[in-house]
Each structure stands twice: as structure tokens, then as C-alpha cells.
Design a protein around this ligand. Sequence first.
Ligand code: BG6
Length: 501
Amino acid sequence: MKTPHACDLLPSGDVAPCIIVIFGGSGDLTRRKLIPALYYLYQQKKMPDKFAVVCCGRTTYTNEQFRQQLLLSYENGDLNLSNWDEFAANLYYHSLTYTAEAFLNLKDYLYKLDSHHSTEANRIYDLAVPPNLYPIIAELLGKSHMATEQVQGNGWSRIIIEKPFGHDLESARQLNEVLHDYFTEEQIFRIDHYLAKETVQNVLIFRFANTIFEPVWNSHYIDYIGIIASEELGVGNRAGYYDTAGVLRDMFQNHMMQLLVLTAMESPYRFEANAIQDEKAKVIHSLRNFCIDSGSKIHLGQYGPGEINGFMVPGYREEKNIPAGSTTPTFALMELYIDNWRWRNVPFYLVSGKRMAKKETRIVIQFKKTPHQLFRSPFGESTANKLIIETYPQESIKLSFQTKNPGHNLCLRSMYMDFVYQEHYHNISSNAYARVLLDCIGGDHTLFWRQDGIELSWSFLTPILQQCENRQKIMPPLQFYPAGSLGPTSSEKIIQTLFTD
Ligand code: BG6
């Protein structure tokens, strides 16, 4: 039997008894992600000893119907359902409308469950609902006194929301104001599921728990950094949301910005949520103003029809519920600069697009060539080192270096040292929600956005979005690319380089 690593034996922090209340409880997100994540935690014995999950929605179900319906939907899937009944005994359904009266009823219902499950009036409210309901639910919780700490005796309450955190700077601030009318910053958990990926978290460990990389992690040694999150999927059934968001809001304001700050930030003085958020905020502060007049570069694209994995797929404008003349970008490449001592004049290429040749998420650190080129490679490959931190399709870290090809001729050959998570660790949960829910239960903010980071990110992007959306002449024109390609022609070269090991 494999001997457990010391880390496997560590407790998961303070997992106090609590009730997890999921608004949008009869929805897709709850069924596909949240319940499987909680069940996974239960099976891993990470859930508090005493807990209940209350799914709230407008549809009417009895507890039994709700549990059965979930079970049916999981029966042919990947979940190991061996102790489902045990878990489901803690699972409830409560039908609810968004009215003051309904929330007072909910409050009473939760108190009753407290006595049954000994959950000590601790609450997590998870808002798995469309964002227009965030302020409404926050206010209803607040006005029914369900948001305050000390709900009853010594209970605490926390609220989880997901992106989009607003639509631009102004709406992000408004949302924040409503939340802060009833919840303190400590009570608010804003999820970015990218932060729950092992390799993304590993960026900080790799940089700050090793001595050898940090001295070369700067403009003296690094030529450029590329961060790419390409997808094969199209807009799917999210047309209504996506057409008002586009790739810049959907991917850049949150996930791409997180990957950028983790790569570029300074070491925090302590590995603690606020210290980390402070360093992240400094990076966004230091982003050079994006000004196309002064040479800032952005490429925007939209997918047309094309072939993905042997199947013809429609173009964005032909997708269901997308207006025929939509100019929403589904692809963007931005060249950014961070104006500080460490990163002066190192380009950061951020690329994300839907319906591209393959799904790949990676951070590529391209080092500079040796100052004096002693060797010429007959294979024509670059002799500069490259470090690739990949989260998809593999979770891995690869470092290229030059070796001598065996034989009489002095030939160079690029080789890799690599570490692939799945080869060393089995049973890694691919459900990022398990991690973030556990952290919320434990009250740990490290993997969540803090409001200042969100506002800084919007402050940077909002003027760019305005220029795009008002189709100001200085903006480069939207380019169309065939589904299944490397994106717009103007970006192909850099994308090819980022895809290449
Ligand atoms: C979501 C976006 O936040 O991230 C989606 O809304 C995108 O449009 C998804 O497809 C990508 O996540 P992942 O984990 O598949 O890279």
C-alpha cells in the first residue's frame, strides 16, 4: 500500500459545522458541479462532521423527489455512488421565491435544521443563479438578518458568488456596494475557478518555494511571456450572456488576469490571503496604460464556420440566439507590459479564443538566448530555454534545455525536464468547486478575488471595452477566423509559438 505523504494527513483547516444553502438549487450548475463537489468532499472525509445542504429553487420538489432526481442523473456518470444515501440524508430541497416573506420562512427552516444537524447557525450561501439575482438575494438575506455574523448564538455566515462580477467598472462597484450593505469583505467569497486548478496554484509554489528560478524571473533573462487559454468549444447554449460579454469580459477580466498576476507578482511577505492579494493588486496597478495611439497592440476575432474534430460547426453569427451581425469578439490577443523594475519592457502576450484548433491552457516563459552563440543548431530550433506551465490538457511543468546529440558531430538538441501531475498523483479531483467550497467552509480567502483586484482589473479593461464597443476607428477591425484554426491570421505566428513545446 502507498504510504501517505505527510500532506495527506494534514487537517483541512477549521471545518466547523454549517449549512450550505444553494440558491439556484434546481439548476444545472448545482447538479453538474456543486453537489458532485460536496459529495466528493464527503467521500474524502473533508466535510464537517455536522452539515446540511439546502438547495433552494422556484420549482417544487419534496426532499425525496429531489434526492432521487439527482441520483438518477448521476447513475450513468463517473461518480462512485457507494455511500450516496448516507450523504443524501443531509441534502434538502426548499422551494423559494425571491420575496421577503419567503426568506423569513427560509430562515425559520434553517433554524429547525440547525437543531436536527447541530450546525450551530453557521451558514454558507452559494449563489448559483444568474448575476442579476446577486443584489436581490444579498438584500433579501440582509433584510431578513440572515447575513449578519452572530445569526443566533455564535453562528457565522458567508456568501459565495461567481463571475461575472459586474459588466464594467461601474457595475462592479454597484454590485459591491449592495453586497457590502449586508456583508463584510471577510464574508464574501468571489470564485475564479482557475485559481482552484492545481497547476495554477503551483505557479506560486514553483516560484517561491524554489531558489533557482526566482533570480532569473525578470527582464534580464526573460524575452517574453505568453499566456494562452484556447478552447475548441463554441458559445454553446450561453448565447444571451456571451453576446453581451465577449472574450474580454468572459476570460480576460478574470482568468487571464489571474494567470498574469500569479506569473508576475512579487513574493508576499507571508503566504496568507491578504498579503497575496496585496501583491496581486500591485501588478494590476503597474500595467502600462493600454493606448492604441501609442502602440499598444490588440487583435480581436470572431469564429466563422469550420471543422472541429472532423465535424462541421457553425460560425458564431449562425449560433442559436446570436444576432446575425454580432460584432462580439470570441478571440483576443493582447500585448501587455508591466511597468516596474522586474518586468520593464518584457511583453506579456495574453491569448484566448473559442473554437480554436485545440483546447490548451498554458503559461510559456521564453528565456533569452545565450549572450554569445557558441553553437549553431543544425535542427534550426531555438537554443533559448523555455518553461511551460500547463494546466490543460496535462497539468505539467516542462523546462527545455540544450543537450548534445550523441555522435561524432557537434549537434545540439532541445530536451525537456518535465513533471506531469497525473503521473505522480492519482485521484486528483478535477472538480475545482470541491477546493473552493472547502476553502469557504474553512474561511480561507487565498483562492478568491478581493474587491480591489476586481476593480483594478475592470479599471484596466473598461476603457478598452468602450473603445471596442463604440467601434472607435483606432481599434483594429474584428477579424474572422475559421473554427478549428489558430485564430485570426495576424495572430497565427505567436499562437503557433505558444503551442509549440
Ligand atoms: C468560464 C468561461 O469562466 O471558463 C467559459 O465563462 C470558458 O466561457 C471557461 O469556457 C473555461 O474554463 P476551463 O476550466 O475549461 O478552461
